[in-house]
Design a protein around this ligand. Structure first.
Ligand code: NAD
Length: 498
């Protein structure tokens, strides 16, 4: 083992030793509390397979305590009546504090979900800058005036916070996706109960101390750890006015049904099976790099992964050869090692799910061009896998695998590319690789997806909304759309006489 790897291995061993018995409580009303039942669960490092931490499992009584705290902070006016400038200052302060703990938070994330340290550091940095962005927006919440057609009346609108928001997040991009909910919700004057994934709870809990240090009033931010039963109890609680959820389409459906019973507001960011379309006139090297980043970044565990790679038949063989060659060079290894480009899958259930899809691919007759093997003896690894000549009707092209598996689908012309791209229940994202901008403009309106990238993939920024068409979700996060999603519109009529 070279010296760098030996140092990383020591760092890992020391960190896991130090955190083996770490006990985590719930963050309710600015206090740390044990769960009423005393039940706990553990985290697992998907690289060393070591278990660490004892995390409180919140039950219905804890859920009720957190929602009541958030309700009191909202109904008593402690947060919605705080001056927007003060809310902005507190959010900016939270961003500074996150930045000052960036390495500690990013490292914790690596031990939770196995993504590379560099990626987790970037995500934590984004959370900090999102604090400033949405903080600044707190002062821009506004309605509009309407010239009434009724003489003697004035009318205008105001945007008001919705109330108590439940923010439920997945394990793949925990803090990033939390920030997209928590920060616009707070900026608009809502109070929040957070429920992170049971796979990645500790990185979110670390925010509790920072919320305290920043000076947020009690009850404004609450954090409950637990599994799907905790999430379901939160969704069912009558004190919750809005549920902001990111996760699987299946859970999103269950949440939407439950919320509909009392017409709680809902925003859903769900799964995807996004097409990344390469035309014969694409800049080949750039397209190859874009396709690799699109599906093998984060070991394929991204909602917007370009998992269906549509390639025009005229360049299919040439493109495929280049893709296989470049993918073969990806450096697999310890996610803490800065050289690593491809890490393990996040947890055993996900590893097993991806392995099942490898068997399905074989049974469906996909041509294995690269990878296809999995090992869980030293980390939960599935090789970057490229499957050729896939038919879009096969399960591997229709279902979200959420792993490092690219399905290559050939097409002849634009019309066929659009037909295949849209032939899915999902509609989160789409990529186009072409040097012909007229073609790109022609195709953008035809693609049924919440984001279309041209000659790039996975670009994002806090000012540009993100969300899905069809079964990929309801509503948009980021940008002004996100702020508006945490407000109700009130219309005001004033009879001032003629
Ligand atoms: P998941 O649906 O299993 O869990 C997400 C969260 O919901 C977790 O916190 C979980 O504990 C909670 N939960 C589970 N059952 C619940 C219930 N009945 N009621 C309330 N909460 C419940 O999803 P996951 O496996 O954590 O995440 C992966 C999925 O997330 C993928 O499908 C991926 O595409 C999707 N995702 C979407 C986006 C997006 O922006 N569209 C981004 C990232 C991930």
């Amino acid at each position: 083992m070279d010296t760098t790897l030996a140092k990383i291995s020591d760092l890992r061993a020391n960190w896991l030793r130090a955190h083996a018995d770490r006990a985590e409580q719930l963050f309710i009303n600015n206090e740390w509390r044990h769960s009423v039942s005393g039940a706990t669960f553990r985290c697992m490092d998907p690289f060393s397979l070591a278990h660490w931490g004892h995390i409180a499992m919140a039950g219905p009584v804890d859920v009720d305590a957190a929602v009541s705290a958030a309700r009191a902070a909202f109904d008593g006016g402690a947060w919605p009546r705080t001056a927007p400038a003060r809310r902005a200052a507190l959010l900016a302060r939270l961003g500074e504090l996150v930045e000052s703990s960036i390495d500690e938070i990013a490292r914790t994330l690596v031990f939770e979900n196995g993504k590379t340290f560099e990626e987790m550091r970037r995500m934590t940095q984004s959370f900090a800058s999102d604090c400033r962005f949405f903080g600044a927006m707190a002062e821009t919440v506004h309605g509009y005036t309407v010239s009434s057609n009724l003489p003697g009346y004035a009318s205008y609108t105001v945007r008001e916070p919705i109330g108590v928001v439940a923010a439920i997040t997945p394990w793949n991009t925990p803090l990033g996706l939390l920030g997209w909910k928590l920060l616009p919700a707070l900026a608009a004057g809502n109070t929040v109960v957070i429920k992170p994934s049971e796979v990645t709870p500790v990185s979110t809990l670390m925010l509790g101390d920072l919320v305290l240090e920043a000076g947020f009033p009690p009850g404004v931010v609450n954090i409950l750890t637990g599994d799907g039963t905790t999430g379901a109890a939160l969704v069912a609680h009558p004190g919750v006015d809005k549920i902001a959820f990111t996760g699987s389409t299946r859970t999103g459906t269950a949440i939407a049904k439950l919320a509909a019973e009392r017409h709680a507001r809902v925003s859903l960011e769900l799964g995807g099976k996004s097409p990344n379309i390469v035309f014969e006139d694409a800049a080949l090297e750039k397209a190859v790099a874009g396709v690799i980043g699109g599906i093998f970044g984060a070991s394929g565990q991204s909602c917007n992964a370009g998992s269906r790679v549509l390639v025009q038949r005229a360049i299919y063989d040439e493109f495929t050869a280049a893709l296989v060659e470049r993918t073969r060079q990806l450096r697999t290894g310890d996610p803490l090692d800065p050289q690593t480009q491809f890490g393990p899958l996040a947890f055993r259930g996900q590893y097993q799910k991806v392995c099942e899809y490898l068997s399905i691919a074989e049974a469906e007759g996909a041509r294995l061009l690269l990878g296809g093997k999995a090992t869980d003896s030293a980390g939960l690894f599935v090789e970057p896998t490229i499957l050729g000549d896939v038919d879009n009707s096969w399960r591997i092209a229709r279902e979200e695998i959420f792993g490092p598996v690219a399905s290559l689908i050939p097409f002849d012309d634009e019309a066929e590319a659009v037909r295949i791209a849209n032939d899915t229940v999902f509609g989160l994202a789409a990529g186009l690789w072409t040097e012909n901008l007229r073609r790109a403009h022609r195709l953008i309106p035809q693609l049924r997806a919440g984001v279309v990238w041209v000659n790039t993939y996975r670009m994002g920024g806090h000012a540009i909304p993100f969300g899905g068409y069809k079964q990929s979700g309801v509503g948009r996060e980021m940008g002004i759309d996100a702020l508006n999603a945490y407000t109700e519109v009130k219309s005001v009529w004033i009879n001032h006489g003629e």
